[in-house]
Design a protein around this ligand. Structure first.
Ligand SMILES: Nc1nc2c(ncn2[C@@H]2O[C@H](COP(=O)(O)OP(=O)(O)OP(=O)(O)O)[C@@H](O)[C@H]2O)c(=O)[nH]1
Ligand SMILES: [Mg+2]
Length: 344
């Protein structure tokens, strides 16, 4: 399961966001490991809701992502060069979510975001330079194995020095492989959570780009909304003028930034969303359900979710010609309902 790490300046609202994510999206597990708190969050999905209404299954299962909260990861103005790795706790996360405070008059979210970006870039730069120096030493004594790695790192260094985050750079598969182990922070997708107070405020500049999105979340108001019974939440949101469900937007944006899509399996037993990467094939999807299904894969029966809903069930979808037979290398689309035929 993919993991999203919350980061941000002290008192920006990270723990508040973490708590309401777990509370609002149906946490199935939460645990603390030292300074880190990890929770599993359901990915809200109206398509699953609708399929579940159609099939009335015994069980409905949503896709999931993990969120992680840490105790004060960044202290304002501290430089990564001091020795301690301020971001060690989020280094192994697949994506980052930066909470930027904007709930009182003194707040300067644009400045905070700039500082945060700079700290992430400095942290990467320090790592890249240290590794480059080590390879240079080896090269001087005639060890040439690190030459290609050095070249890729030099490109990273150049980008970082020009204030370009690495997620905006393109690397080929071999370069990706060389870089993977470093877990560079500016290569990770980044969601900026603009934590606004009650009054309407300006949108945050410079917050979108490749691998980067921004959502507005009013953490305290969302917490009030969550204190209400589910049926009353939407009208209270309208009353408060916070429109869309901020929590769903945060979770869905993370899912998207991670390059994830969902396919569904449906039936009277269970309606379930499964997570795969964009570009994955039918055989990968089968393997996600069970390795036996990938091993013995014969074909996938595919119906887009809207057509399954419109037809009413798989048999009727088949009659209308909406159920397609696809082979193992079919690229699964977001929202496909799959039924895998396989031999034991
Ligand atoms: N008015 C207002 N206060 C907020 C909002 N979000 C968080 N706060 C308050 O800001 C304070 C800090 O919130 P936390 O969620 O603990 O922040 P944090 O980033 O986890 O803090 P550290 O872990 O200490 O770095 C708390 O008193 C919150 O109630 C908001 O949207 N509006
Ligand atoms: Mg906290």
């Amino acid at each position: 399961m993919k993991r999203v790490g919350l980061l941000g300046l002290p008192q920006s609202g990270k723990s508040t966001v973490f708590e309401i994510l777990l509370q609002g999206a149906g946490a199935s597990a939460a645990g603390a490991h030292g300074r880190e708190h990890v929770g599993v969050v359901r990915v809200p999905d109206a398509r699953v809701d609708r399929l579940s209404v159609l099939y009335r299954p015994r069980k409905t299962a949503y896709a999931q992502v993990q969120f992680m909260d840490t105790v004060a990861t960044v202290s304002g103005g501290t430089k990564a060069s001091r020795g301690e790795d301020l971001f060690s706790s989020v280094r192994n996360c697949d994506a980052l979510a930066a909470v930027v405070a904007d709930f009182d008059a003194a707040a300067d979210p644009a400045r905070d975001l700039l500082n945060l970006d700079a700290e992430l870039a400095l942290n990467d730069l320090a790592l890249v330079e240290t590794r480059m120096e080590r390879i240079e030493k080896e090269l001087r004594v005639g060890k040439r194995e690190g030459e290609r790695e050095h070249a890729v790192l030099a490109r990273c260094k150049q980008a970082l020095e020009a204030e370009r985050p690495l997620r905006a750079e393109s690397f080929d598969a071999a370069e990706e492989k060389l870089l993977r182990g470093f877990q560079l922070l500016t290569r990770k997708p980044l969601l900026v959570i603009h934590n606004q107070g009650e009054g309407a405020r300006a949108t945050l500049a410079g917050a979108t780009g490749p691998g980067r999105e921004t959502v507005v979340l009013r953490a305290l108001l969302e917490r009030e909304v969550l204190a209400l019974p589910p049926a009353e939440r939407d009208s209270f949101r309208t009353e408060l003028g916070i429109g869309e469900d901020g929590l769903s937007m945060v979770i869905q944006a993370c899912y998207r930034l991670l390059g994830l899509i969902s396919f569904f399996t449906v039936g009277e037993d269970e309606v379930r969303a499964w997570t795969i990467r964009r570009g994955d094939k039918a055989v990968d999807a089968a393997g996600e359900i069970h390795s036996d299904l990938a091993k013995g894969f014969i074909r996938a029966e595919v119906t887009p979710w809207e057509q399954l809903l419109e037809a009413g069930n798989e048999a009727k979808a088949r009659e209308r010609g909406w159920l397609r037979l696809e082979g193992r290398s079919y690229e699964v689309q977001d929202g496909d309902c799959l039924s895998i035929r396989f031999s034991k």
